[in-house]
Design a protein around this ligand. Sequence first.
Ligand code: URA
Length: 185
Amino acid sequence: MESWQKLQAACEQCRSCSLWEGRTHLVFGDGNPEAKLMLVGEGPGEQEDLQGIPFVGPAGKLLDQMLEIIDLTRRDYYIANIVKCRPPRNRDPLAEEQEACMVWLRQQIALAEPKIILCLGRIAAQRLIDPDYRISREHGQWVQREGVWLSAIYHPSALLRDVGKRPETFDDLLSLRDKCRELKL
Ligand code: URA
């Protein structure tokens, strides 16, 4: 636990890209650092920046509701983002911002030692699974790397905009539930 605190304290000091200039709060992570399931989003939005907690805005509320259907709460997983500071006007984080910030996520992954990483949306999937990842074609598929199972679902913001994507996401979440059971998480 001490290492988590040290890591977060170091992250709070980060000035490796210019996103820190616009932040109200750095958004390090939330949930259970001991959990073997990790969820990774893109970067903080307005509410996350104001509260310093990932996925607490409208997209986060939808995510919580969807995960509750498969009996998962924040006690059951750890959740963080590729970038820890809010990009201006919620634009996609730039490649160099993502690269600069990955130093923190890599250490979060090293400390949490997840058995499953679920990417929330294209940006996280392209960073963690495959730079050419096509979310519309590949969501819900599983790959195993160095003992960690990885998959991606549509970003909850996309599901707010397009309810037509929700049924396939529900299938992906059932597959996540099966994977958690298989690995006895
Ligand atoms: N979208 C994300 O990708 N992350 C958050 O924390 C909130 C919205």
